[in-house]
Design a protein around this ligand. Structure first.
Ligand SMILES: Cc1cc2nc3c(=O)[nH]c(=O)nc-3n(C[C@H](O)[C@H](O)[C@H](O)COP(=O)(O)OP(=O)(O)OC[C@H]3O[C@@H](n4cnc5c(N)ncnc54)[C@H](O)[C@@H]3O)c2cc1C
Length: 246
């Protein structure tokens, strides 16, 4: 019988500022269950008058960490839930959480094909869980992350990604900055396009598995471009960070 996930009361253990608009939250979960990298939690807020708002947030941490998960949230101006999490929540607070959820956009270290991860903005969050899981499990499959951000200051997890890139763990990180670039910028300086995807995907070979996450337009154009390059659509998994809840 399929297990139903219940709401549980998570404790906010830690809050870290990642960029000007992005924070990570470590949540301690009394009913913690090992997740699969790529899954998400639903977070529910209840006002004193009983009004409820619920949104999905991908798990950023690796499944090897027991008892807690990290979520990483971009503050959307006027956003009901993201603004609350950023502006009101402090360590020690409690919030309702339900998860882990999702069975399609997931990667396990036992999948040993080469891996291409394509992210736009906060779409990097579930891919970071995959990258952290890969590192924790000691997986050696060739892996590339192509990550599009507006400006350098908007890049989430930059230092951690640089460290992994310069380690000998077989992971390459390619950044694309679409709006402005630092003077000495050596990465891409445009939106993700077909030429860029070709450069990044071809060294990974024909059996590459692709995960794309971010705003709908980026996800669709990257997936279409990869199919045109010759990647089989059944090797591409996508997740769109559109508005959730209601
Ligand atoms: C499976 C899944 C996983 C997700 N994981 C993450 C995550 O890891 N980190 C994260 O920050 N977000 C994530 N999201 C998006 C998140 O669920 C919320 O939609 C987002 O935080 C906005 O909620 P809000 O209540 O702050 O804004 P709302 O009050 O719902 O919306 C306020 C305004 O912002 C617009 N808006 C809503 N969502 C977005 C958006 N994502 N981008 C741009 N404009 C938007 C709305 O159309 C509206 O005009 C995920 C979404 C899905 C479906």
């Amino acid at each position: 019988m399929k297990q139903t996930l219940n709401w549980q009361i998570a404790a906010v253990k830690d809050i870290r500022q990642e960029t000007a608009n992005v924070k990570s939250f470590t949540l301690t979960l009394p009913g913690w269950m090992r997740h699969r990298a790529g899954q998400h939690y639903d977070i529910r807020l209840t006002a004193e008058d009983g009004y409820q708002a619920q949104r999905s947030y991908s798990i950023a941490s690796e499944p090897e960490r027991e008892g807690e998960v990290d979520i990483t949230v971009e503050r959307i101006s006027d956003g009901e839930v993201s603004a609350y999490l950023h502006d009101v929540l402090v360590p020690g607070d409690r919030i309702e959480a339900r998860g882990p959820i999702g069975g399609y956009f997931v990667w396990e270290a036992s999948m040993d094909e080469p891996l291409l991860l394509v992210a736009g903005g906060s779409g990097v969050v579930p891919l970071m869980s995959m990258i952290r899981h890969r590192a924790a499990a000691g997986a050696k499959n060739p892996t590339s992350l192509l990550y599009s951000s507006r400006n350098f200051g908007d890049v989430i997890y930059y230092d951690e990604l640089e460290k992994l890139h310069s380690s000998s763990q077989g992971i390459q990180v390619f950044h694309a900055l679409t709006r402005s670039q630092p003077a000495d910028w050596k990465g891409y300086a445009r939106r993700i396009d077909q030429d860029m995807l070709k450069e990044v995907v071809q060294p990974l070979g024909r059996s590459v598995q692709v995960f794309i996450c971010g705003p709908t337009l980026l996800v669709e154009s990257a997936a279409n471009a990869l199919v045109e390059i010759g990647v089989n659509s059944n090797q591409i998994r996508t997740e769109r960070f559109g508005p959730t809840g209601g």
